[in-house]
Design a protein around this ligand. Sequence first.
Ligand code: AMP
Ligand code: MG
Length: 328
Amino acid sequence: MTEIERRLEKIYSQTTKTERAEIDRAAKLIKEGKLVAFPTETVYGLGANALDADAVRKIYEAKGRPSDNPLILHVASVEMAEKIVELNGAARALIEKVWPGPLTLVLPAKEIVPLTTRGGLETAAVRMPDNRTALELIRAANLPISAPSANKSGRPSPTDAQTVREDLGDAVAQVLDGGATKIGVESTVIDMTQGNPILLRAGGLPKEEIEEILGTEVLLPQDKNTAKRSPGTRYRHYAPKIPLLLAKAKDAEKLAEGKKFAWMGTSKSSGKPIETLVFENETEYAHEVFRALRRLENSGAEIIIAETPPEKGIGLAIKDRLNRASGD
Ligand code: AMP
Ligand code: MG
């Protein structure tokens, strides 16, 4: 038994009979080409059979997602990953250490992956989620499941089942409820097809941890080809209904220019926000950031001001989400 299989065994041993019955029903729907929303450790996903182009098309329709923005294929075993992508040595080293976990690898795709799933690219993105419900669903369906975040395209990602129902409602055949997600921001995406790994999206697994495992630097995407490599990064994302600005706590009052503002961050702001969300540390900031955006847009404020997170560890992922939510 491999280390990953041992980790999975431990996870599966906790599933109850009631949960299994619900998951089996969801797996049947997936096999019939329907959409099922489910929790992962990052955010809730909107899932379909990744190998069925018609099923995958339903994801794009339900979300209103541009069809050239490829999807991540979620797997429940290394064998399943090997059926869809070409693994190399560095990819295997990472997988062994961090799967199941919030790391997505972009690798050369095998023929079996429909072009619809990979947005017409030669590569495909793959990861093993660290969530019991997600793993059980993939295992029961015995198929890789494509799953972007279960929200309307452009809105903050859902971190609980209720938000999924509000955003997608009837478009989904079933919503599996696993409570609030553990991490709160999406997975880290790295391109493993070049010499050095390239960070396509900061996420739940800090870049520093990847560098430590591989003993090589993870490059930041510098050139215009990045947009081509990770089309998702081109689009506006995560946007609340009112404007969002980033600032240091002491600058909030000045930046608000007399407008009613709501504040979120790891410290208190200057001025008098009409609502304040203060998080204990960056981990909690990440855990709450999407829920906070949805809450503060309804606070009666004219603008949201969010504290600029540090550009390291999980802070890099929070900063990326907030920048894109603010339209930068
Ligand atoms: P989402 O499903 O919204 O969490 O986004 C998935 C992210 O992975 C997006 O930024 C995609 O552009 C990226 N992605 C998925 N597949 C590929 C691929 N084959 N090559 C590069 N980036 C990918
Ligand atoms: Mg998304």
